[in-house]
Structures are given as structure tokens and as C-alpha cells.
Ligand binder design. Structure first.
Ligand code: CTP
Length: 399
């Protein structure tokens, strides 16, 4: 992607250098535009060194604005696939919200037809001021993406909202804003379960499994990038992905409750969670002492989330499930497809701990029409994109 990174005058400007480096490393072409105030916090030399591209705008190294025999703002506006302003001050938000163009960055922002993303950073009082909030709302209304500031201790000594979002989060939001949606999934509401569930025996002991939730979280990202509105019901400890409405759950019953209230409004469901099939019959409210506890655990069945939701499936709704199998893979996966009333199953070979954590994985799609060529082996992010592309293609052919 060709990215223009606008850097305005806030102390968080130094973090824009880290962002520029990250984006360049991920293969993007990054050209920075410094405002005059931005150039007091960071130099063009830093930015050109990190990106290998020219830096535009205020150029204090030469004590002047550069004069080139081109219409620079129009050329840059046309060049960009995306314009990101990081950090964005109250001043630039106000200018852009009101169509003011007083320097190179604000003129590029007005001239570009590319997606625009803002990552504001400022004092809490400024961020919460109705004028700034009205400007932000106006920019959202233009279709711009806002990466809201985080809460934390600010350079001015105050605690509160206004801290620049994490550089990784901004990079992820840039990726999303710059990815064209897939027509079969754009605007579709997709509910995804991910991660392990935890079934507690007492306040300190729990029954769980080896899943981290990585595949489900990557699927949430891939559906999001395809333009879907994703709701993620997540067990385990992985951080929630940016731009995905995430609800944290612990047990299988919590996961079912969270899904049940969202399923009616969704168009699709992806069951990527590794749901515990059993839970302890009794959950002790105090820690069970060595001497007192029974030596045998009595387990009872948890609800099957996919089967329960599938029973209330409306026409037009679709469900993708997983089948984690260590033997008789295709037979077991086909049985799950039929038993749970699914539209497709992604068969995962879990023999000898394959498929867990960071390792590359392979998934074989299986539909009522039979099995399809395997996707992978691929790292989980690329595999998730392959699954989404495969499913979007099937949905497009179905409608
Ligand atoms: N699943 C679910 N609720 C459960 C168990 C599983 O929704 N209580 C979903 C999983 O998210 C997955 C699919 O059902 O999409 C199959 O999960 P898997 O663990 O492979 O199979 P199980 O149904 O648990 O059957 P078995 O343990 O016999 O393989």
C-alpha cells in the first residue's frame, strides 16, 4: 500500500517514527508529511532514513519550505492509497472537519480520494471538549476511520483519555482501512467464537484445553478486513483485535449465553472455539483442601453451542464449524457437519498437538457437496484469509 503519514505537533510525534518503520518493514511505501509544529518534535531526516522515501512539508534542515516545480499536494493526494495522521492534534482535526487547507498536510487531506485515518493524541480536557468531539464525529461522518486515543498518564502529567493508541493497533487499523472489502461479505454481520473455555472446579483450579484462540482471532481479523461487522465471543487470554466488537467469556455456558443473544441478528456464525465438552458437576465456592476433596471428579456435559444455535437457524443464515480430529478425519468431520446442521466444516488435524499455538496449519473444507482441496499449510493469519476468500467465493456463487 502507498501510505501518506501526516505527523502533526504533539509529543507523541516520536511514535510516528516507530509506526513509519513498522509499515515500511511490512512492505508498504510510506511518505511522511510533517506540519510545521510536527517538525519541532521530529526531523525529516529520521523519517526518510526509516522509510527510504522523501519526507514532505516543513523542512527545518533547510530552514525553509521546499519549492518544487510540481503541484505537490495534488500529486501526493493522487499517489496515496491511504492517508493516516498520527498523531493528530485538535488543530488538524478541526481544520479537516471544516475543510480548511492552510499547509501541505491539510491540502492533501482535502484533495485526496483515498481512505483517511486519524490517531488523535492530546490532553484529556482537549480531547473531551465538545468542539473536538463534534469535529471527530464530523470526520467519522465523512467515512474516515478514527483510532481512539487510549487512557493513561499523559505528557502533561494528567491521567485520562488522550494518549496515542499503541503503534501496533494503529498499524492494524491502517491495514483494515486500506483493504478493499469482498462484496459477498461487506457489511455482513458475522458472529465468531474463539479460544478455549475454562470450567472451574473451585476459585483456583480449572479444566481447559490447549487452544490459544489464535485461529479464531485471525478469522475475526480476516472477516473484518473483508468488510464484515464482526462480533467475537472470546475465551482465553489473547488481546481483542482492533475494530472487532469482542465479548470475553470463561465457560462453555457463558459462551453460549453470549452467542444466543447475538445470533438472531447475525447472518453468519463461525465456531472456531475449542469448547470444553464437560465441566465439573460441582464448582466449589472455596478452595478445596487436599484432605477434604473427593479423589474422583464427576463431570457433566456442557451445551453444544453450534448445535444449539443451528437449531434456530433462519433461512439465509450460515454456519461454519471446525472439526478437530486426530483420527478418521474425514468421516468424523462429515458426521459433525450433518449432526450439527452446518454449511461447512473446516477439518483440523490435531494429532500430536498439531494446529495449536504459532505453528503453520492446514484446514480441509468439507461441505454437504463433499471435501475440497486443503488450504495451507500456512501461518494462521494467511490461513484465515484463505478461509475467508474461499467462503466468500462460495457465498457469492450461492446467491
Ligand atoms: N463446539 C461447540 N460446542 C461444544 C463443542 C464444540 O460449539 N460444546 C463446536 C466447536 O467450536 C467446533 C465444532 O463444534 O466448531 C466441533 O468441535 P470439536 O471439538 O471438533 O468436536 P466436538 O463437537 O466437541 O466433538 P468430539 O469432542 O467428539 O470430537
Amino acid at each position: 500500500m502507498r501510505i501518506i503519514l501526516g505527523i502533526t505537533g504533539g509529543v507523541a510525534a516520536y511514535k510516528a517514527a516507530e509506526l513509519a518503520r513498522l509499515l515500511a518493514r511490512r512492505g508498504h511505501q510510506v511518505r511522511c508529511i510533517l506540519t510545521e509544529a510536527g517538525s519541532r518534535f521530529i526531523t525529516p531526516l529520521t523519517l526518510t532514513s526509516l522509510t527510504g522515501e522523501p519526507c514532505y512539508g516543513a523542512n527545518p534542515d533547510h530552514g525553509e519550505w521546499r519549492a518544487l516545480p510540481t503541484i505537490e499536494h495534488i500529486e501526493l493526494a493522487r499517489w496515496a492509497d491511504l492517508v493516516a495522521v498520527v498523531p493528530a492534534t485538535a488543530n488538524i482535526l478541526g481544520k479537516a472537519a471544516n475543510g480548511l487547507a492552510t499547509d501541505l498536510l491539510s491540502t492533501v487531506l482535502l484533495a485526496t480520494r483515498a481512505p483517511v485515518l486519524w490517531a488523535p493524541a492530546m490532553n484529556t480536557g482537549m480531547w473531551e471538549h465538545p468542539a473536538v468531539q463534534a469535529n471527530v464525529a464530523r470526520l467519522r461522518g465523512f467515512g474516515h476511520t478514527l483510532v481512539d486515543p487510549a487512557e493513561g498518564s499523559l505528557a502533561c502529567g494528567e491521567e485520562g483519555a488522550g494518549k496515542l493508541a499503541e503503534v501496533e493497533v494503529i498499524a492494524e487499523a491502517i491495514q483494515v482501512a486500506g483493504t478493499p472489502p469482498l462484496p459477498a461479505l461487506a457489511g455482513r454481520r458475522v458472529l465468531i467464537t474463539a479460544g478455549p473455555t475454562r470450567e472451574d472446579l473451585d476459585p483456583v483450579r480449572t479444566l481447559t484445553n490447549r487452544s490459544t484462540g489464535a485461529m479464531g482471532v485471525e478469522l475475526a481479523r480476516a472477516f473484518r478486513d473483508a468488510g464484515a461487522q464482526v462480533q467475537l465471543v472470546l475465551g482465553g487470554d489473547l488481546p481483542a483485535p482492533w475494530g472487532v466488537d469482542t465479548v470475553r467469556v470463561r465457560s462453555a455456558q457463558d459462551m453460549l449465553d453470549a452467542c444466543a443473544s447475538r445470533w438472531a441478528d447475525a447472518e453468519g456464525l463461525v465456531g472456531a472455539a475449542a469448547v470444553a465438552d464437560q465441566r465439573p458437576e460441582v464448582r466449589a465456592s472455596e478452595k478445596v483442601k487436599k484432605g477434604d476433596g473427593p479423589e474422583t471428579l464427576v463431570l457433566v456435559r456442557t451445551p453444544d453451542i453450534l448445535a444449539t444455535l443451528s437449531a434456530t437457524k433462519r433461512p439465509g443464515q450460515w454456519i461454519l464449524g471446525f472439526a478437530a480430529e486426530s483420527e478418521h478425519h474425514l468421516d468424523h468431520a462429515a458426521a459433525k457437519l450433518a449432526r450439527k446442521g452446518l454449511d461447512a466444516v473446516l477439518l483440523n488435524d490435531v494429532k500430536d498437538g498439531r494446529a495449536f499455538g504459532d505453528q503453520p496449519n492446514t484446514l480441509t473444507p468439507l461441505t454437504p457437496d463433499g471435501s475440497e482441496p486443503a488450504l495451507g499449510p500456512l501461518p494462521k493469519d494467511a490461513l484465515a484469509r484463505a478461509v475467508v476468500a474461499w467462503w466468500a467465493d462460495r457465498l457469492a456463487r450461492r446467491s
